[in-house]
Design a protein around this ligand. Structure first.
Ligand code: ADP
Length: 233
């Protein structure tokens, strides 16, 4: 049986992801969609929420399974009998990074990477862009599945409602389960994030006096080493 993995953040799943997953499901016996767990990366949806949405939108494919992972993708592959990684390529700009990851994964564990060119309808599509547009009231219907569209609207409305600090700052829901020290650290990290998930007025209010506009966070390099994709949301 040939089992492959489609790794990524899926925050949230888009029609571009779904197109790759569906095409892979037509080629391989089993496709495991693996959601990267990365507490240092700001996310709009928790891992559980992302898994739940992925389950709903892939329910029609009998051979697609949703899972989660942290650490190295090659370890996840070894533990799950997976021989290849499926990656979508949107543009030449994706290629350089993806090629390095593919070569590293092969060198580490002989895990192959198969590249699929994007459906031209979705070549401009990435989760971070969808979130950015939705935050500013843009129409993202047709770019994400309908159930994701509804969840996206609810979550963004929730962010604008007054609430406890973790919700206001868009902290991962796991923050409440972390030790006091980690939660404090996370809060600090998020306070210095560029607030792209907030409205401009709210961003101005939340920005700490010391934060510099250039203080943009980069995604955790270790997580990139796991090879899900190169775009920080
Ligand atoms: P993003 O946040 O950029 O959407 P993810 O980490 O969730 O990225 O992406 C997971 C995988 O899905 C990556 O291999 C990425 O290349 C692929 N992918 C994402 N969007 C598209 C798209 N529009 N077309 C093809 N592949 C895509």
């Amino acid at each position: 049986m040939q089992r492959v993995v489609c790794p990524g953040s899926f925050d949230p799943v888009t029609n571009g992801h779904l197109d790759i997953i569906a095409r892979a499901a037509g080629l391989y016996d089993e496709v495991v969609v693996a959601v990267l767990i990365n507490v240092t990366k700001h996310s709009l949806f928790t891992v559980d929420e992302r898994v739940e949405m992925l389950r709903e939108v892939t329910a029609r494919y009998g051979n697609v399974k949703i899972d989660r992972f942290h650490g190295l993708l090659v370890d996840f592959c070894a533990n799950n009998g997976i021989s290849a990684v499926i990656k979508g390529l949107r543009a030449v700009s994706d290629f350089e990074y993806e090629m390095q990851m593919a070569q590293m994964n092969y060198r580490m564990a002989k895990v192959e990477t198969m590249f699929m060119t994007t459906n031209p309808l979705y070549s401009f599509l990435r989760s971070s862009l969808v979130k950015e547009i939705a935050r500013y009231g843009g129409d993202v219907s047709g770019l994400v599945p309908d159930i994701v569209l509804a969840r996206l609207r609810d979550r963004l409305a929730e962010e604008l409602r007054p609430g406890p600090p973790a919700v206001k700052l868009g902290l991962p829901r796991t923050a409440g389960r972390l030790s006091a020290r980690s939660a404090k650290l996370l809060t600090r990290v998020h306070c210095h994030a560029p607030y792209t998930h907030q409205s401009p007025a709210r961003r101005a209010r939340l920005r700490p006096a010391r934060a510099r506009p250039s203080g943009r966070l980069r995604a955790d390099p270790a997580a990139h080493g796991a090879g899900p994709g190169r775009h920080a949301p």
